[in-house]
Design a protein around this ligand. Structure first.
Ligand SMILES: [Zn+2]
Length: 335
C-alpha cells in the first residue's frame, strides 16, 4: 500500500510497468499530492533484494532497503535544488523557506548524474536516479540531461518528478514515459489530513488548492497565526492605514504576504465571476462583504500587478517598501 490512498490507481499503473520499465519515467501533476513519495516507493521496490511474494511491496529489511532509508544506497542518486529540505514530504514550500539561494538543479549536479549512470550497478540490478522537481533544472542542466536520455546506458531508470511539466523541454518530455497524477477528491484529502492530526482540515486544504501534503504543511500553527494577522488587516484597510500596516509586517517574509494577497484577490475575483470563495474559506463572510465594493477590472489589474510582484520578491531589504506600495494599491480598489 502506498501512504496516500488517492494515488493507488497510479501506483497500480507503475506496478504494471515492472518487468518492462522504460529507461525514463516522468511523474507529473500538482505540487503537494505525493508524487515524490510514490517515486521513492517505486525506487525502493525496484532496488529491494527481497520483495514481498506478490512483488508489490519492498521488504523494508534487506541491505538495499536499509541503505535507501539511510540515504546511502550506491545505486540510487537523488538530484534536487540545494534549498529543498530533505524532510519536506513534497517539498513545494522551498521557495518560501529560502527565496534566494539554491533554487535550481545545477549543471554540476547533472554531470554527477552522467557519471553515476555510466557506472555498473553495485548490487547487480538497476541504477536509479531521481530528479525532483525536474523543472528546476536550468537550460544548461536540462541539455546535459538530454544526452543521457537520448542514449541511455543499459540498466538505468531515471525518474523525473515535476510539478510543472509544461516548463520542461519538449525533447525531454518526448523521451519519458509520462504518468500524470490528479488532485485527490476533497473527501479523501480531508480524511487523510484529519488522520494526520490537522485540526482545520477543510480550511488548510482550501488554501492549498486541494493538495493534501501542501495543506498539512500549511497547518503549522505559527504560519496560520501570521496569515490571519495579515488577512485581518486587509478586511478594513484604507489608504491611511497602509504605512502602519506595512511597518507592522515588515519583518515577515514578503513571498508569504504576496501569496496571501494573491489568494485573497483571487477570491474577490471569483466572487464576482462565480459567486464563490476558493482559497480563504475561513474569511468567506468578510470577502463577501468586500467583493461588491471593488470594481472587477480594478481587481483583475491588481491581480496582474501581484503576479509581477511575485516574480520579483526576492530582495528582503525592500519588504516594507514593496508591501506599502501593494497595500496602497489594494486599499485604492475599495475607495
Ligand atoms: Zn528490501
Amino acid at each position: 500500500m502506498n501512504p496516500h490512498t488517492w494515488n493507488e490507481t497510479v501506483w497500480q499503473r507503475l506496478l504494471q510497468l515492472r518487468g518492462k520499465l522504460p529507461h525514463a519515467l516522468l511523474l507529473h501533476g500538482r505540487a503537494g499530492i505525493g508524487k515524490l513519495a510514490l517515486a521513492e516507493q517505486l525506487a525502493q521496490l525496484v532496488l529491494c533484494e527481497n520483495p514481498q511474494a506478490d512483488g508489490h511491496e519492498a521488504c523494508g529489511a534487506c541491505p538495499s532497503c536499509h541503505w535507501l532509508r539511510q540515504g546511502s544506497h550506491p545505486d540510487f542518486l537523488k538530484l534536487q535544488p540545494a534549498a529543498l529540505d530533505e524532510n519536506d514530504p513534497d517539498a513545494e514550500l522551498a521557495e518560501r523557506k529560502s527565496p534566494a539561494a539554491g533554487q535550481h538543479i545545477s549543471v554540476a549536479q547533472v554531470r554527477e548524474l552522467t557519471r553515476f549512470v555510466q557506472l555498473s550497478a553495485h548490487r547487480g540490478g538497476l541504477r536509479i536516479a531521481l530528479i525532483h522537481p525536474a523543472e528546476t533544472m536550468n537550460a544548461v542542466a536540462a541539455n546535459a540531461l538530454l544526452k543521457t536520455l537520448e542514449e541511455p546506458p543499459p540498466n538505468i531508470l531515471l525518474i523525473l518528478v515535476s510539478h510543472q511539466s509544461s516548463r520542461l523541454l519538449p525533447t525531454i518530455l518526448s523521451r519519458c514515459h509520462q504518468i500524470r497524477f490528479t488532485l485527490p477528491g476533497t473527501d479523501a484529502a480531508q480524511s487523510w489530513l484529519i488522520q494526520q492530526g490537522v485540526r482545520e482540515a477543510a480550511v488548510c486544504l482550501a488554501q492549498a488548492g486541494g493538495a493534501p501534503l501542501l495543506a498539512s504543511q500549511l497547518a503549522d500553527a505559527d504560519y496560520q497565526a501570521r496569515r490571519r494577522g495579515f488577512l485581518s488587516g486587509l478586511v478594513k484597510m484604507n489608504s491611511a492605514d497602509t504605512l502602519r500596516i506595512a511597518e507592522h509586517h515588515a519583518k515577515q517574509p514578503l513571498p508569504d504576504m504576496v501569496h496571501w494577497l494573491q489568494l485573497w484577490v483571487h477570491d474577490l475575483v471569483s466572487l464576482h465571476l462565480a459567486g464563490r470563495v476558493f482559497y480563504q474559506v475561513d474569511y468567506q463572510q468578510e470577502l463577501r462583504g468586500m467583493a461588491g465594493r471593488a470594481n472587477l477590472f480594478g481587481l483583475l489589474d491588481f491581480q496582474r500587478r501581484l503576479q509581477a510582484a511575485r516574480a520579483s520578491v526576492q530582495h528582503p531589504l525592500a519588504t516594507q517598501m514593496v508591501l506599502e506600495d501593494l497595500l496602497l494599491e489594494y486599499a485604492g480598489l475599495f475607495e
